[in-house]
Design a protein around this ligand. Sequence first.
Ligand code: PSZ
Length: 505
Amino acid sequence: MRVLSSNLVSHLKNHTLRSAVVTGSVRSQQTEPKVTSSRPLIANEPESPKILTNTIPGPVSIQKLHQLSQIQESGAVQLFVDYDRSLGNYLVDVDGNILLDVYTQISSLPLGYSHPDLLKLLDNPQNIKAFINRPALGSFPGTDWINRLNNSLIQIAPKGLSNVCTMACGSCSNENAYKAIYIWYRNKERGTTDFTQEELDSCMINQAPGCPSYSLLSFQGAFHGRTMGCLATTHSKSIHKIDIPSLDWPFARFPQYLYPLEEHQRENQEEDKKCLEEAEDLIHKYNKMGKPVAGIVVEPIQAEGGDNHASPEFFRELQQIAKRTGAALLIDEVQTGGGPTGKIWCHEHFDFPEAPDIVTFSKKMMTGGYYLKEEFRPRQAYRIYNTWMGDPSKIIMLEEVIQVINRDRLLENVKETGAVLMKGIQGLEQRFPGHINSVRGRGTFIAFNGSDAAKRDSIISKLKLLGIHAGGCGTQTVRMRPALIFQPHHAHIFLDKLETTLSGM
Ligand code: PSZ
């Protein structure tokens, strides 16, 4: 294996700081911010959080939770939201509490709540028809569908990926992308010949050769969804997997870095190397076992698993392993895509010499789906297909989201705000090393660890009572997932409340 000449530090932890310095927009430099920091992006947004109840969820949420529990399992419900009153970065709950939302519906609101430009879409009668006439897109696309795709998904396609397939959610994007990989792999093996009768017959009884014993390599700590195929590649929490039959597919260790990165370069490079060797060894092992590895699936930042980062060198070498072993490389950008890392696609930070084979998305992209190289298109219709194949109304919204991102320079805003957050949390880490550690991130996609799981949980619940709605991931991580309209003045409110929380511990 190529020796890794990584400089993790320059690419990861300080990434946000460095990029902000380059644009001259860090507050401490006292230069006039170049971007949007002084001008609120959302008119009439609340100025600060306001908490009215002694507990969150408050009494109204609790009462509704009780009612909902009569109808369905509701253990994951945190609170009920008043979406009429929620605006911008502020979520208003049914008890009237106003919370600064840095979790944003599990990282899925690009422009926060009730963005005026999205609301305006409903003034256009043409759009209303698109909202109420949901087509079976794979068979009956509308007149404007091609334009819509060109103005949205194609406009922001990762370099080198010219094809796109829309889907409803993240899991179904991954699930279908896995199928695209298997079809591609089998085509390579089969050459140009058609399916044999034996293949056609055996697939009907779930047997080889029609259903080949291919596998997909994933990573420990990964989250790719909860549907059957995806679940075989998800390794974040046992509660997601328990009782569900799974597949014998290989999974390798994902790097676990020591922080601060600048003090652990050697160990972390070593960690990259070990994980990459394990991945390549596993692929060879499974290939020999008769379960050829057709693809590798990986998140650019393992999100649910605890915001685990790996270096650009790790990802570039992983791509080389895929090439050497004939496997496809799928980058799951469901949580990282759409701008929170300061680029539309997180993998753009990795400087891949060529595009990954498939990139899946959902969440901030409004629609699910995946980009693919043309060779990953099945040659026959209906092999990757479902009723809706996405939803044109989501594409109309995405089109608008992209325009707002460009007009309001939201990627610059993310970098600038990310730098403020990173600097502030690092400062708090230095003051409260017994409470938090391992601050890391790109853009506003930032996380830090509590000293243990209980401390993390306590930080999140104390923050909530101070009006900050934050989320956790992994075993002891607090994650920041604000909208792209989260500005430096919001970051300062967050930092202030985090400081109060940590001081009181
Ligand atoms: O709390 C949780 O466990 C959740 S709920 C949704 C997610 C985690 N994440 C969704 C997700 C993801 O983060 C990555 C990287 N890949 C795929 C998925 C699945 O997307 P959905 O939830 O849209 O099916």
